[in-house]
Design a protein around this ligand. Structure first.
Ligand code: NAI
Ligand code: 13P
Length: 333
């Protein structure tokens, strides 16, 4: 059994901690929110992000990063990607031995277009990194916390490392973990699907139904594939759990934060009002900004992503955007 430090005790960090504790690992959770840590340590629940949840008593919350990292084998990052660099920088200062880094957050950095694996290798000294794995796939925390059957993928350039992490997280009762050696495809699939999930919420908010959603998911996958392949991903990865799998769960589920945010926008709220009304992170907004800039640089056509960018950042009317998408030049599928 390993000692695993979970950085971020939000909804996904808590759900992943439950799996690790069920598997018998020593789980230390670090967060900046002291009330949340007290709730975990005293009441063994996370009332803020997962009301009604029951967490194993073996999970220990820490507000001191150095203590949380002491003697750890694996560092699992699950904070919003907006703060990822900052948090990794803090880890780099406090960590005094090499560890395996696993990331479960999903996003691309605007301006740099960096994936979390790239940010880790920039912020953490190489002598402290034993390996890097992205743990990603269709998995809403609200269902994992109830131990509902879930399948994800451990992606790494290092097969031995991916297999080790697969073994740490796999639980025969409810959490099945595959491996894949296409890190670029897995990280980009998990990040780009959030943009299409925002779009799915917007069309639902506008009152469109299943035909529209099926069309959006299909053409959205085409956009994800185009950009990811141009960035070096293997095409087949986009057709696996970390691509279409994650796209389907996020674009069709009431649990999805991105879908929920899109739904509010479809109902007339602007981006600021929408984000102000959400307690949890909506990663698709930043990833949309990144994909919009990156696609122009790489000369990739992403009409849905560009329309979402205009709605989010230029306050374009969603109905007007849909009208323009529908009236583009006709072409073969
Ligand atoms: N919620 C879910 O079902 C899933 C979420 N994800 C990804 O996981 C990541 C986290 O998402 P959620 O858990 O939903 O977010 P959340 O909003 O529920 O929790 C984020 C946590 O990070 C902590 N945090 C923020 N800034 C911090 C800092 N500077 N230092 C320490 N802690 C800090 C917050 O206090 C909070 O506890 C996102 O990238 C999301 O896309 C991936 C799969 C499923
Ligand atoms: O990535 C997720 C499920 O796999 C979670 O998506 P949301 O952040 O939209 O809830």
């Amino acid at each position: 059994m390993s000692t695993i430090t979970v950085i971020g005790a939000g909804s996904w960090g808590s759900a992943l901690s439950l799996i690790l504790a069920d598997n018998g690992h020593l789980v230390k959770v670090y967060d900046r929110d002291e009330e949340l840590l007290e709730d975990i340590n005293k009441n063994h629940t996370n009332s803020k992000y997962l009301p009604g949840s029951l967490l194993p008593e073996t999970i220990k919350g820490f507000n001191n990063l150095r203590d949380a990292l002491e003697n750890t084998d694996v560092i699992l990052t699950v904070v919003p990607t907006k703060v990822m660099r900052l948090v990794l920088n803090q880890i780099n200062q406090e960590l005094n031995h090499p560890a395996i880094f696993v990331n479960a957050s999903k996003g691309i950095e605007p301006k740099t277009f960096k994936r979390v694996s790239e940010i880790v290798s920039e912020e953490i000294e190489s002598k402290l990194i034993k390996g890097f794995v992205a743990l990603t796939g269709p998995s809403h925390a609200e269902e994992v916390i109830d131990r509902q059957l879930t399948l994800v993928t451990a992606a790494s350039d290092d097969v031995k490392c991916a297999t080790f992490i697969q073994g740490c997280f796999n639980n025969d009762e409810y959490f099945r973990v595959y491996t894949v050696n296409d890190l670029i495809g897995a990280e980009l699939g998990g990040s780009l699907k959030n943009i299409i999930a925002l779009a799915s919420g917007i069309i639902a908010g506008l009152g469109y139904g299943d035909n529209t959603r099926a069309a959006l998911i299909t053409r959205g996958l085409t956009e994800m594939r185009r950009l990811a392949v141009k960035a070096g991903a293997k095409e087949e990865t986009l057709f696996g759990l970390t691509g279409i799998g994650d796209l389907v769960v996020t674009a069709t589920s009431k649990h999805s934060r991105n879908f929920q945010a899109g739904y509010k926008i479809g109902n007339g709220k602007n981006l600021k009002e929408t984000l102000d009304s959400m307690t949890m992170v909506v990663e698709g907004v930043r990833s949309c900004e990144a994909a919009y800039e990156w696609a122009q640089k790489l000369n990739v056509e992403l009409p849905i992503t560009f329309a979402i960018y205009d709605i989010l950042f230029n306050y374009k009317n969603p109905k007007e955007s849909l009208k323009e998408l529908m009236s583009r030049n006709l072409k073969p599928e």
